[in-house]
Write a protein that binds this ligand. Structure first.
Ligand code: SF4
Ligand code: SF4
Length: 419
């Protein structure tokens, strides 16, 4: 690696060194409490998947360039040179970590692996060594934000085709639009993913609840966050924030996508609207008596629920899905350990978006998740994140789990009682 590249990368490293990050980099006592916390280590037993081992790769570079001892006497300070080889190690550490933060729950100092891996991801971008697919997807989202007019018509035509399916799930009064789009003055802006599965059930439930809602032109997913590019993460978020302000909505409701929810909730700053996960909206409609669900739909089908890490452990939405499930079934089977210590599905952090490239690792590293699901004896495995749904479906096929993987919002839409 030439000097200029290294200097540029060190500037990127420096840009991440706020107080919290320095604390994470200087605090690890190597107590080993986090060893069993990572699903990848628990499933595969390889040292490189211990969370503290991942930190150490970043920490040694920090010691070499940002700590006095490392600069003067590198071998004693366990300092590591920033080189091509170090970038390879950073790639291995960052793209085998889903950012689930389970390890943080065990660390007595609350060291945040996801934050430390964000340094690794930024250095990879600076060294042009990030996964190209993720960067390409992030760039496409950013471009879409700049040129809404180009794709507006085809988007509206696609949405129109879905309306009949929405009406099949919830009959509407004549003249009412099944999927309203771009409605100024709506109370709620729903931000979906590309694909009918993210729009049809959600639309049916909004209509059943009598919500004054409108659909966003933009997709919720934030590939900037997956690839760890703070500038693109913000640009992708801003498209939605600007749309919400233009339409003067009171609430931005994010579809079943964990990263989209966490980034909008935690990074959008103070805005004139609330941010909710669709699970929160559905629980509210039930609480307020705006929708009623028919439990007989899932009779004799025990249901378990996989908490998406970015929505539950990292987003705090834990009670709402359980409240919904109480209205869906008399046979809800909670997984063990409980939601805050729930095993990650193994698909987060951009791993599912990388598809076949990560499939073998995703299957092997999530064996503990498979065991956790199977111990419940449930036949329906519900979740509220698209990424988790894909990963759980892959695990279902790979391990022949024989469960029906479902989105929680689909179960709600299928059980709606027409008044
Ligand atoms: S954040 Fe999750 S995937 Fe990453 S090291 Fe910690 S437990 Fe493992
Ligand atoms: S639990 Fe925390 S302090 Fe202990 S080894 Fe793991 S990261 Fe370091």
């Amino acid at each position: 690696m030439d000097k200029k590249t290294r200097d540029d990368l060190l500037k990127l490293f420096q840009s991440k060194l706020n107080e919290a990050m320095r604390l994470y980099l200087e605090t690890c006592t190597r107590c080993g409490i986090c060893i069993e916390a990572c699903h990848a280590y628990a499933s595969m037993g390889q040292v490189r998947y211990i969370s503290a081992y991942r930190h150490e790769i970043v920490r040694r570079i920090y010691k070499k360039y940002f700590k006095g001892r490392g600069k003067i006497w590198p071998s004693v300070g366990e300092a590591k040179e920033l080189s091509e080889m170090a970038l390879d190690e950073l790639y291995e550490a960052a793209y085998s970590c889903t950012g689930c933060r389970r390890c943080m729950m065990y660390c007595p100092f609350g060291i945040d692996t996801q934050m430390l891996m964000s340094i690794a991801k930024l250095l990879l971008i600076g060294g042009h060594a990030e996964p190209e697919v993720l960067m390409m997807l992030a760039d496409t989202s950013v471009e879409k934000g700049k040129s809404l007019d180009i794709f507006k018509e085809s988007f509206l035509a696609g949405i129109k085709k879905l309306e009949a399916e929405v009406v099949k799930k919830w009959r509407l009064e004549a003249g009412k639009k099944a999927i309203p789009v771009d409605v100024e003055g709506a109370d709620l802006l729903y931000v979906a993913l590309a694909g009918a599965h993210s729009i049809i059930p959600a639309a049916a439930v909004f209509n059943a609840a009598g919500e004054n809602w409108t659909l966003s032109f933009f997709e919720a997913v934030n590939f900037g966050a997956f690839v760890g590019d703070p500038t693109k993460t913000k640009l992708i978020l801003d498209r939605i924030i600007n749309e919400a302000k233009r339409l003067k909505v009171k609430e931005v409701c994010i579809c079943e996508c964990g990263t989209a929810y966490r980034t909008m909730k935690q990074l959008s700053g103070k805005q004139p609207f609330e941010v909710s996960a669709i699970t929160e909206a559905h629980a509210r409609y039930l609480r307020e008596g705006r929708i009623t669900l028919d439990k007989s739909k899932f009779k004799k089908k025990p249901i378990t629920y996989h908490d998406p890490c970015q929505i539950a452990r990292n987003g705090g939405v834990i009670d709402e899905p359980r409240y919904i499930l109480q209205h869906l079934t008399d046979d809800f089977r909670e997984m063990s350990p409980d939601p805050r210590y729930n095993w990650c599905c193994g698909g987060g952090g951009g791993l599912v978006a990388l598809g076949e490239e990560t499939l073998d690792f995703r299957m092997k590293s999530a064996k503990v998740k498979v065991d956790q699901v199977q111990e419940t004896g449930a036949t329906i495995l519900a979740t509220a994140c698209d990424n988790c749904h894909t990963q759980l479906s892959n695990l279902n096929d790979h391990y022949k789990m024989d469960v029906d993987v479902q989105f929680l919002s689909s179960l709600v839409a299928d059980a709606l009682v027409q008044k």
